[in-house]
Ligand binder design. Structure first.
Ligand code: PEP
Ligand code: MG
Length: 752
């Protein structure tokens, strides 16, 4: 059975569109099961009816015409109950409904399985037999298994591939695709697929008509691409950090390699035209890297292919330079690279959408730095036909609409206008403190990671950098940065904010933040070698980082060092000792460094139960609600399948925070929150009511949270918290917060 299943799935995946895919399913299933009919009904979301979309055995003329409501016929019953039904004679069932035009009276045996995806019935798959018979258990199991595959395909089609939905039969609204929030904001624009033509694999062989001319055009493509990369890097310079530049340098280097250029030229001399010569040379080079034992070298294969695609674009046309970017460009791709972002002329890039990645991906960090809405992690889907299509990007809710209905566009236009008005209104708050109406001043910090963030953050009237994610400069490089490189980066950050404190977190790689040059493949990376666990095991990485931070602090004295993923007291003790050792070594070398405050992140549940002991070694705490939520609820923070379960307003999270903050305050240790929860205005109210004296968040949230805190008294916030603590579900807490914000005149924050 498994082999047949795999064959069917493979053929379905190769189908050009949904209608073709469903026809393959019905034909193959009918053949495999020896049935007389196989049909598939698909839910039309507009009418909630089930429409016959493909059949092998019934009259093909009725495809798209037979429709059943969810309370109609056996198909409707299966769809509603979401359970399979297996009948010896369908006509005897009370729900049986007869459609003479199908020629159905000849059939008795009837097996139907619902096509369910994430609790939603997407359709019903039916097999029928002329004879009276109940289908055997293994046949039922087979149909259910096939059904599970088709349900996912239907769901993807109804979402991302709206354009490939058949235009008759299922009037498909509306590619709503749920992904993950990447950067806040909403945008209405047009899709630009970064390089729609650069498919090396699609290049066909062709005899070179004029060998010399082919060689010359290839050499020109190399020169132009090198120039293009340099220009892109220069354009980015003003908008981006030094770290990003390193990526361009590698590409320019690869292009300068003689063997790559010579390989293509030799193939042209043998008679093939330049694009095919390039195709083969790139494949050959990428293969060498792929077969290398060293994982770092393996990863370089992708760089080689990236360069190949760029060269091909140059050769085939001048698409990448002459392409007219619409004024409302939304870049959509597997991953949207830095170079692609730089290609879009200033002011025309309005949104970024990636099939892969999460809020902590590079691209998302970059988008937040640039203030551009982004949605990540839409999942694998075919987007090749979507260039130029209208799209809405909702970076708050992590969703996009492709080819949206006019009503949806209208609603989002309203949101965009509203956002504009809100930003203008909030701008006045830059110079004001976050003080409650009864005079309690809350410190507001900003979370940063790249040097570019400094300019945005510095303009918001913040008190401190509550979280500097030191892994980001590590992630945008090709090798571990040396101590001196790190020193220079950290110095710029500390100097930019001095005398305000900057809390630098030591390297938090592992989990979903791997370093490209230091892969740590693990079955369960979030529970694995992450954060402090990794750095304590690698003093050769940890000590240079600590030394660089300490040296950068000389003469400024605004550094605080914080350790991620502390789960046990011993880890904190050892990390603290490492700081002492680094200071000692520096002193011996003649560099007297001021002692920084030392803090621990509270994000591993075990740490919440050890606050007393941790307080002996920590000068302050900062709660990482992003990880704490995922570990308390056992919900992967980046997995779209369980995204609806990931909620920092879950009663378990709120109670855990409440207790942790109380414990830390009892030990007289300052405690703050630097996870995304602090950036959520309603949640920020709950947090200050719990006794937090400061909050740290991404720059885009600072003014919204300031507005919120300035609109409530501490007494009000405490009353809201008391009610929230009695609630049983995250939804109820959210409703409470939304109501309170609305009543206080902050309803605009609820909308966005
Ligand atoms: C957190 O876990 O809440 C946090 C701030 O750190 P990160 O998101 O970088 O894991
Ligand atoms: Mg964390």
């Amino acid at each position: 059975m498994l082999a047949q299943l795999q064959q069917i799935v493979q053929r379905v995946n190769a189908a050009g569109n949904l209608r073709e895919a469903l026809q393959i399913v019905v034909e193959r299933v009918k053949a495999e099961m020896g049935a007389d009919v196989c049909s598939v009904y698909v839910r039309d979301p507009a009418s909630s009816q089930y429409v016959l979309m493909a059949t092998d055995g019934l009259n093909p003329a009725v495809v798209g015409k037979i429709r059943m409501a969810s309370d109609e016929g056996i198909v409707g019953l299966v769809a509603t109950r979401q359970e399979a039904i297996n009948l010896a004679n369908a006509a005897e069932h009370p729900s049986y409904r007869h459609f003479p035009e199908t020629g159905e009276e000849q059939f008795s045996g009837f097996l139907a399985v619902p096509l369910v995806h994430f609790r939603q019935t997407m359709g019903v798959l039916v097999v029928q037999q002329r004879t009276r018979r109940v289908f055997a258990e293994d046949e039922v199991a087979f149909l259910i298994t096939i059904g599970a595959q088709i349900a996912a395909t239907l769901s993807y089609a109804a979402q991302g591939n709206a354009v490939s939905l058949p235009t008759s039969g299922v009037p498909g609204p509306v590619g709503l695709i749920q992904g993950l929030p990447g950067a806040p904001g909403v945008t209405i624009g047009h899709i630009v697929l970064p390089s729609p033509l650069a498919e090396l694999g699609a290049v066909a062989d062709r005899a070179a008509a004029d060998v010399a001319a082919e060689i010359e055009s290839f050499r020109r493509a190399v020169r132009d691409t090198q120039q293009e990369l340099r220009t892109a890097a220069d354009q980015l310079e003003s908008r981006l950090s030094d770290e990003a530049r390193a990526i361009f340098d590698v590409y320019i280097l690869i292009l300068g390699q003689d063997d790559l250029v010579d390989g293509v030229v030799a193939r042209i001399r043998q008679g093939n035209w330049a694009p095919a010569a390039l195709r083969d040379t790139i494949a050959e080079h990428a293969l060498v890297f792929e077969q290398a034992e060293d994982p770092y070298l393996q990863a370089r294969a992708e760089d080689i292919r990236g360069i190949g695609r760029r060269l091909l674009l140059r050769l085939m046309s001048t698409v990448s330079t002459t392409r007219a970017y619409p004024s409302d460009t939304v870049l959509l791709g597997e991953e949207v690279s830095l170079t692609r972002i730089a290609d879009v002329p200033g002011g025309q890039l309005k949104g970024i959408v990636c099939l892969r990645g999460s809020v902590v991906s590079h691209t998302a960090v970059l988008a937040r730095g640039l203030g551009i809405p982004a949605v990540m992690g839409l999942g694998p889907r075919d987007v090749r036909a979507l260039d130029g299509h209208p799209i809405i990007v909702d970076g708050y809710r992590g969703r996009v609409f492709i080819d949206p209905l006019p009503a949806v566009v209208q609603e989002y236009r309203r949101l965009v206008r509203h956002e504009g008005r809100l930003s203008a209104k909030l701008a006045d708050l830059r110079r004001l403190d976050a003080t409650t109406t009864d005079g309690v001043r809350i410190g507001l910090g900003v979370n940063i990671g790249l040097l570019t963030d400094i300019h945005v953050a510095d303009n918001l009237g913040i008190d401190e950098v509550g979280l500097y994610r030191s892994e980001f400069p590590f992630m945008s490089r090709e090798t571990f940065p040396l101590e001196q490189d790190q020193y220079e980066t950290y110095r710029k950050v500390l100097a930019a904010f001095a005398p305000r404190p900057v809390t630098m977190r030591t390297l938090d790689v592992g989990g979903d933040k791997p370093l490209p040059y230091f892969p740590t493949p693990e079955e369960n990376p979030f529970l694995g070698w992450r954060g402090i666990r990794l750095t304590l095991d690698r003093p050769d990485i940890f000590l240079p980082q600590l030394r660089a931070m300490l040296r950068a602090n000389v003469g400024l004295a605004n550094l605080r060092i914080m350790f991620p993923m502390i789960g046990q007291v011993d880890e904190l003790k050892a990390a603290r000792e490492a700081v002492d050792r680094a200071r000692r070594e520096l002193r011996e070398e003649g560099c007297e460094c001021p002692a920084p405050s030392i803090g621990a992140m509270l994000e591993v549940p075990s740490a919440l139960h050890a606050i007393g002991a941790l307080s002996r070694y920590a000068d302050f705490f900062s709660i990482g609600t992003n990880d704490l939520t995922q570990y308390l609820l056992a919900v992967d923070r980046n997995n779209p399948n369980v995204a609806r379960l990931y909620n920092h307003l879950d009663p378990a999270v709120i109670r855990a925070l409440h207790d942790a903050i109380r414990d830390a305050r009892r030990r007289r240790r300052p405690v703050s929150v630097c996870g995304e929860m602090a950036a959520d205005p309603g949640s920020a109210l709950l947090l200050v009511a719990m006794g937090l004296e400061s909050l740290s968040m991404s720059a885009s949230a600072v003014l919204r949270v300031k507005w919120t805190l300035r609109s409530f008294s501490m007494g009000q916030a405490k009353r809201i918290l008391a009610r929230a603590l009695r609630m049983e579900a995250a939804d109820a807490v959210r409703r409470l917060l939304d109501e309170e914000l609305t009543q206080a005149g902050l309803g605009e924050l609820v909308l966005t």
